[in-house]
Design a protein around this ligand. Sequence first.
Ligand code: CMX
Length: 136
Amino acid sequence: MKPSHIEHIGIAVSSLDEVIPYYEKLLGQKCYSIEEVADQKVKTAFFKVGQTKIELLEATSPDSPIAKWLEKNPRGGVHHIAFNVDNVQVALDECADAGIQLIDTKPRKGAEGLNIAFLHPKSTHGVLTELCEQPK
Ligand code: CMX
């Protein structure tokens, strides 16, 4: 697996409305998209810095991964890092062969129509890692 670039950095927040103005000021741009991803139980807000996006994540349900993470990290912060790969299924198979624990054994649909899959932080040295493939 050889990712082309960091697709996005996922940042967990308690409230998009509270945090979006900070990033708009910091990055000198308007948030270009807000999208709910029902499958992941999140609402996302996106910014772009070069090829890499900043993805703010708000929970849409108490059992969302973001709600659970915020219980332990109430101030919010970096939740995951996402790498862009050509083919998520091929990359997942390579990770499994290398003994990395997968959260998803098959790609799912994420925000912006990307194919996505997660690797478990217990086998990635504590960093929740996402693999992303652009829609064809
Ligand atoms: N980064 C690093 N470690 C994390 C973590 C994160 N984001 N989230 C949880 N963990 C750690 C916990 O600290 C805990 O470690 P310890 O056992 O040492 O205490 C361990 O993982 C288990 O955590 P948990 O609170 O019991 O949470 P769960 O097992 O229920 O779930 C995880 C953890 C990573 C499997 C789950 O959050 C998951 O499936 N994540 C992938 C999907 C996701 O995060 N979706 C939201 C983003 C969607 C998007 O980008 O569109």
